[in-house]
Design a protein. Structure first.
Length: 293
């Protein structure tokens, strides 16, 4: 059984910006709290409350000070728990901004180029750690500033986040960047092969041959590019595909196991638990909470 659930897919949130930056602040309950995505980046800061955080196929906890940057078209939602009867007047502050103006400006303003890797990482969702007190003040300053001053405050904040090494990526497997075009082309060849063939046995030796590398050299190259062994990375891709099916279809867990390339249900369950901290069935049950029902 593989019925899709169109009514349970994320909503597209569309806004026509009159300015480059859009600052939002809202409480609970609020119609903005729903499983949704949009064509812009969103830097999201939690002022009050705790609950479940959903970003792509990531499920986790959030608390006051939670700071997450989501990239364009990456679904997300924050569901607060234990909300008082009177609600929460102010729970979130968020800054939304587009990609094209920054990308174009970075071509002519070298100083802006340091933020581009940050925006590349945002496609996976970034949670910044231990930065709440510092960042909260930036949000208030951006809220109060106008015109060029607001844009300057925003760029300073992006610069701080771009330099931060206290973060984690939330959704999907990540490929590291290379400085030279030749290495980038090679790792893109590898990534494309894996994403096209993850349902079948994938061969590191075949890829090594395609790239004119020995198996040992390919192994070192791949670990540098991904931070993982080839087998672990392929399993990450498979588990992430399984998460998408668990969230967006009614297929049985057993069917999903084989569809994403595992040939053993016990191994699938074990790998899923290692990577996600919960079983596939628990993941599906928790994922239902992203709609706030």
């Amino acid at each position: 059984m593989s019925t899709k659930l169109p009514s349970r897919t994320p909503e597209l949130e569309y806004h026509e910006f009159s300015e480059f930056l859009r600052f939002l602040e809202h409480g609970v309950p609020d119609p903005l709290i729903r499983w949704h995505y949009h064509d812009v980046y969103e830097l999201h800061f939690i002022i009050k409350s705790s609950g479940k955080l959903f970003v792509g196929d990531y499920i986790g906890e959030f608390y006051p000070g939670n700071l997450v940057l989501t990239g364009p078209r990456l679904p997300h939602n924050w569901i607060s728990t234990n909300i008082p009867a009177e609600g929460i007047p102010s729970r979130d502050m968020a800054i939304q901004f587009g990609h094209a103006p920054l990308e174009l400006a970075a071509k002519y303003i070298p100083e802006l180029r340091e933020i581009m890797p940050l925006l590349e990482r945002a496609k996976y969702g970034i949670e910044f750690l231990n930065m709440s007190e510092q960042v909260e003040q930036w949000f208030y300053r951006i809220r109060e500033a106008k015109n060029v001053s607001r844009f300057a405050e925003f760029l300073n904040l992006l610069g701080i986040l771009a330099k931060s090494n206290t973060y984690r990526l939330l959704s999907n497997a990540q490929m590291q960047s290379f400085d030279d075009d030749a290495s980038m082309a090679q790792i893109n060849t590898v990534f494309n092969y894996i994403t096209e063939n993850y349902r079948t046995p994938v061969s590191a030796d075949l890829l090594a041959t395609r790239l004119n590398m020995s198996p040992a050299k390919f192994s070192r190259f791949f670990r540098k590019a991904t931070g993982n062994s080839f087998t672990d990375f392929v399993n990450q891709i498979r588990i992430n595909k399984a998460c998408q099916l668990l969230m967006n279809s009614e297929q049985y867990v057993t069917n999903i196991c084989y569809e994403v390339g595992f040939n053993n249900v016990a191994n699938f369950n074990r790998r899923f638990l290692e990577m996600k901290g919960i079983t596939p069935k628990e993941f599906r049950a928790q994922a239902e909470g992203r709609f706030g029902d």
